[in-house]
Design a protein around this ligand. Structure first.
Ligand SMILES: Cc1ncc(COP(=O)(O)O)c(C=O)c1O
Length: 450
C-alpha cells in the first residue's frame, strides 16, 4: 500500500503491481458500484483510485499504474498539479459559488481573456464558460444558428461530440452512444471524413476527394445557404484518433467562409497542448470561427468554453446563454493554474517529445507485427489501429485483449474507434520518460502475445 498521503507529482513515479489487478479492495468496491450505479455507466478498468499524479494512478490495493489515459485527455498537466491545487485550495476557502450570471468574479473574465488571446486567429473574440464538452458543443451550435438564422448542422463520419440529445445526434457511432436513445435532433447531416487509412482510393487522394464529396453533398442535399455550422474535430478522438488527410480541414474552412457558414472546431479532446500545438487546428493554420474546448482546460475540474468571433457571439440576446454552474470559480482557478503550467513548463514541447518517443517505437513494432494496420497521431495523442493480419478488416477483439493484458501488468490504456479496434494513448504531458518507455515495453509485449 502506498504510504503517500497526497497525490500529485510527488507520488513515487513508479509502476508497482502488488496484487492481481483489480485487487481485493477494488473488487469489493466494484461490487458496491454494481449495486448502486446503473451498468450504463461503464468501467474501463475496475481499480478504485486513491491517489494520482505525474504519470501514475494509485489504487486502493496499493498498485501504482502507468497512466496512458489522463482520464480521457483531461489531466494533461498531471493529476493534482501543484498550481491547480494551490489556486483551487485558496479559492475554496474564499467562496465556492455565486453564479457568474448573478454576481460575477474576476477569474471567469481572466479565463475568457486568456482564451481569446491564445486560440487561433487574431480577430476580436468573446468566450463564455460552461461545464462539459457536450454542453459547450450544444452552445456553439445555438450561437451559430442564432447568428446565421439558419438551421442545418453538418458533421462527419467517425465524429464524437457528446451524449446529450443534440450532441449524440451529432455523434456518428450508434453503439453505445445512440442505440435506442432516439428520436434524435433534427437538421443534422453527416458527411464523409478524410480517413487516410480507410479511404477507398488510397491516402494520396483522400483529402481532395473527401472534401469534394462533402461539399457536393452539402450543396445538393442541404444547400449551403441553409447551413448554420460545420462541426468537426481536427483529429477525431473517440472515432479512433483519425487525423484527416492534410488539406481537408483548410478546404472545408474555405468553403464555410465562402458560404457564410460558421466553422466550429471541436477541440474538446485535442486542445491545450495535447497534439504538440496549443490547439490542433494550428497544425494546418486553420482559424475556426468558433472553437470549443473542455477536458484539458482545468486539470480535472469541470469546465468548458465556447470561444469565437465577437460579431457572432455578440448577437445573442441577454440571458440566451449560460447556466448555473458554468465557469464555477473553482474551475476557473484550476484553468488559470493549467494555463500557467502549460506556459511555464512548456507542455506543448513535452507533448511533441512524447510523440517523438512513441511514434518510432510503435512504427517499428508495426513493421514486425501484421496486427497493426496503422500507427498515427500527433504529440501525446497517439493510436494504433488493429486489423486482421493481411487485411484491413478491423480487429476489435485484439484491441480488447491487448488492453486487458496491459491492465493486468499495470499499464492503463484506452480503446477507441468506430470499429472498436483502436488502442489510444493519452499520457499526461508531465509523464516522466522512464515511465513512458516502460509503458511502451509493456504494450509491445502485450501486442506480441496476442
Ligand atoms: C471531441 C469531443 N467533443 C465532445 C466531447 C464531450 O465532452 P464531455 O464528455 O465533457 O461532455 C468529447 C468527450 O470525449 C470529445 O472527445
Amino acid at each position: 500500500m502506498s504510504s503517500a498521503t497526497h497525490g500529485g507529482p510527488s507520488l513515487p513515479q513508479e509502476r508497482r503491481v502488488v496484487t492481481e489487478i483489480p485487487g481485493p479492495k477494488s473488487r469489493e468496491l466494484f461490487a458496491r458500484k454494481r449495486a448502486a450505479v446503473p451498468p450504463g455507466i461503464g468501467t474501463t478498468l475496475p481499480v478504485f483510485v486513491t491517489h494520482a499524479g505525474g504519470g501514475v494512478v494509485v489504487d486502493a490495493d496499493g498498485n501504482s499504474l502507468i497512466d496512458f489515459g489522463s482520464g480521457i485527455a483531461v489531466t494533461s498537466v498531471g493529476n493534482a498539479a501543484p498550481r491547480v491545487v494551490e489556486r483551487v485550495t485558496r479559492q475554496v476557502a474564499d467562496f465556492t459559488h455565486t453564479c457568474f450570471m448573478v454576481t460575477p468574479y474576476e477569474s471567469y473574465v481572466r479565463v475568457c481573456e486568456k482564451l481569446n488571446e491564445i486560440t487561433p486567429g487574431d480577430h476580436e473574440k468573446r468566450t463564455f464558460l460552461l461545464n462539459s464538452g457536450a454542453e459547450a458543443v450544444e452552445n456553439a451550435v445555438k450561437v451559430a444558428r442564432h447568428a446565421t438564422g439558419r438551421q442545418a448542422v453538418v458533421v462527419f463520419d467517425h465524429g464524437y461530440h457528446g451524449r446529450t440529445l443534440l450532441t449524440m445526434t451529432l455523434t456518428a457511432k450508434n453503439m453505445p452512444y445512440k442505440h435506442r436513445f432516439g428520436p434524435f435532433a433534427p437538421e443534422v447531416y453527416r458527411m464523409p471524413l478524410a480517413y487516410p487509412f480507410r479511404w477507398p482510393t488510397g491516402p494520396e487522394n483522400c483529402a481532395e476527394e473527401a472534401a469534394a464529396q462533402a461539399i457536393d453533398q452539402i450543396t445538393k442535399q442541404i444547400g449551403p445557404e441553409n447551413v448554420a455550422a460545420v462541426v468537426i474535430e481536427p483529429i477525431a478522438g473517440e472515432g479512433g484518433f483519425i487525423e484527416p488527410a492534410k488539406g481537408f480541414l483548410p478546404r472545408l474552412a474555405e468553403f464555410c467562409r465562402e458560404n457564410g457558414i460558421v466553422f466550429i472546431a471541436d477541440e474538446v479532446q485535442t486542445g491545450f497542448s495535447r497534439t504538440g500545438h496549443l490547439f490542433a487546428c494550428e497544425d494546418e493554420d486553420v482559424v475556426p470561427d468558433i472553437i470549443v474546448t473542455a477536458k484539458g482546460i482545468a486539470g480535472g475540474l469541470p469546465l468548458s468554453a465556447v470561444t469565437g468571433r465577437a460579431e457572432i457571439l455578440d448577437r445573442v440576446h441577454v440571458g440566451g446563454l449560460g447556466g448555473t454552474y458554468g465557469g464555477n470559480p473553482l474551475a476557473c482557478e484550476a484553468a488559470l493554474g493549467v494555463l500557467e503550467t502549460i506556459e511555464a513548463d512548456d507542455l506543448t514541447g513535452r507533448a511533441r517529445r512524447i510523440g517523438e518517443i512513441m511514434l518510432p517505437r510503435l512504427r517499428a513494432l508495426a513493421g514486425k507485427n501484421p496486427l497493426i494496420g496503422d500507427v498515427r497521431g500527433r504529440g501525446a495523442m497517439i493510436a494504433v489501429e488493429l486489423v486482421v493480419p493481411g487485411t484491413r478488416d478491423p480487429h476489435p477483439t485484439a484491441a480488447g485483449e491487448i488492453a486487458g493484458r496491459c491492465h493486468a501488468e499495470g499499464l492503463l490504456v484506452l480503446t477507441a474507434g468506430t470499429y472498436g479496434n483502436v488502442l489510444r494513448f493519452l499520457p499526461p504531458l508531465v509523464m516522466p520518460e522512464h515511465l513512458l518507455e516502460e509503458g511502451l515495453t509493456i504494450l509491445e509485449k502485450a501486442i506480441g502475445e496476442v
